[in-house]
Write a protein that binds this ligand. Structure first.
Ligand code: NAD
Ligand code: MG
Length: 384
């Protein structure tokens, strides 16, 4: 029996790599749902190659073109945000690969969990915004969440066979991004094209900027807290520029386990699809005999203040991570359009976190409202 996969965000960096894994193992997997927001050309090409049951194009203006291009195939074509949510609820797949970027990934992921589907989770913002509700849904519906984010996949892999053993802490490694070692006077003048040059990973634009500001690691601290049921003080971050150790778990007896390998997202994607098994592949291997150094240092949170803001959001909880995430999405969007500077992003996020009302125990509806308010507030500061 093939595992039937639904890839939400199939045209992105994670989505296309998930399809590469599926294409390499047609005997194990089929692609049943593919979705994209704007890139209809890529979606059409994917549909012609993988012959899914359903495709959804978020941008409704592209519907006719997609429909036309697939008219000779049995592929069902839908468009719009509501269709995205509806598709997540259709019982034609076994696992969702949640590869949409940002808050937009929350709703389809919750629907998949509600239907009892397993979720391979790349979309970390889902857990940052509403981690309590998402994890609760996963438990209630016995719908497993398998992390795809490389650090969380690493931790997940280290925890195999350790279900009874208490975690003392987890150490999330961070490459430090393109501006490691730089100070604010340098960052003041950084432009988008420079910030988009990540040293180790080729990823979508939003996460690449998040990696340059270290917000990505902040989001990942919150993601780890929920995935592995940790207290905020059990999540530590460590700069490791080579990105070979993908993260570390330290157990109660002081023993540490790390998961290692070359930085290549196809490995955590494949593991999420095949868990609990591992299958053979021909991805390049890391070779310790070649001249190499593995370095570690503390992150510079005075320069990269987003990480300090994310720690505050992690510690205070409630709707603060949701507010932070929304303001960050707006700030990154504005930076990518050259509307604000690199350091302005932090100011926007900090202002939103200070000004918007704190809710200690938010409902799902509160999260939606906080997200909307924080977006409006951040956009008003930038005058988008
Ligand atoms: P990307 O920008 O390359 O792709 C995003 C995908 O989501 C595209 O298919 C796009 O069409 C779709 N999308 C965008 N906005 C949407 C919206 N409003 N509604 C519906 N669909 C929408 O992003 P990515 O780099 O593939 O990252 C996806 C997620 O995975 C992010 O949450 C990111 O943090 C996480 N992640 C990515 C990597 C990586 O290597 N790229 C690693 C770890 C985690
Ligand atoms: Mg990561």
């Amino acid at each position: 029996m093939k595992k039937r996969i639904a890839i939400f965000g199939s045209t992105g960096s994670i989505g296309t790599q998930a399809l590469e894994v599926i294409a390499a193992h047609p005997e194990l997997f089929s692609a049943e749902i593919l979705t994209a927001q704007h890139n209809e050309e890529a979606l059409i090409a994917q549909a012609l190659q993988f012959n899914p049951n359903i495709v959804v194009i978020g941008d409704e203006r592209k519907y006719e073109k997609v429909k036309q291009a697939l008219s000779a195939t049995p592929v069902k074509v839908f468009a719009g945000e509501a269709a995205l949510a509806e598709a997540a609820g259709i019982d034609c797949y076994d696992m969702m690969v949640a590869a949409i970027v940002g808050f937009a990934g929350l709703k389809p992921t919750l629907i998949a969990l509600n239907e009892g589907k397993s979720v391979g989770l790349a979309n970390k913002e889902t857990l940052v915004v509403a981690g309590d509700i998402v994890m609760q849904k996963s438990v209630e519906k016995r719908a497993p969440i398998i992390p795809i984010d490389s650090e969380h996949s690493a931790i997940f892999q280290c925890l195999v066979g350790e279900t009874r053993n208490k975690i003392e802490k987890v150490i999330l490694t961070a490459s430090g991004g393109p501006f490691l070692g730089k100070k604010p006077n340098f960052l003041l003048n950084v432009k988008r094209d420079h910030a988009l040059q990540h040293p180790n990973w080729k990823m979508g634009a939003k996460i690449t900027i998040d990696s340059a500001t270290l917000m990505n690691k902040g989001l990942e601290m919150i993601e780890a807290r929920w995935l592995f049921n940790l207290q905020p003080n059990q999540v530590q971050t460590l700069i490791h520029p080579q990105s070979i150790i993908h993260s570390i778990v330290q157990f109660e007896d002081g023993s540490m386990k790390a998961q290692m390998g070359l930085p290549d997202m196809k490995l955590p994607i494949q593991y999420a699809l095949t868990f609990p098994s591992r299958i053979k592949n021909d991805f390049p291997r890391y070779d310790f005999r070649k001249p190499c150094q593995l370095n570690f240092e503390d992150p510079d949170i005075k320069t990269f203040r987003n990480l300090a803001l994310a720690s505050e959001a992690l510690n205070r909880g409630g709707n603060l991570p949701c507010i932070m995430n929304a303001a960050n999405e707006i700030a990154v969007f504005a930076f990518l359009r050259n509307r604000i500077g690199f350091l302005d992003m932090t100011d926007v996020i900090e202002a939103a976190m200070e000004r918007l009302p704190f809710i200690e125990n938010p409902s799902l509806n509160d999260y939606y409202e906080s997200d909307g308010e924080a977006r409006n507030f951040a956009a008003s500061l930038i005058r988008l």
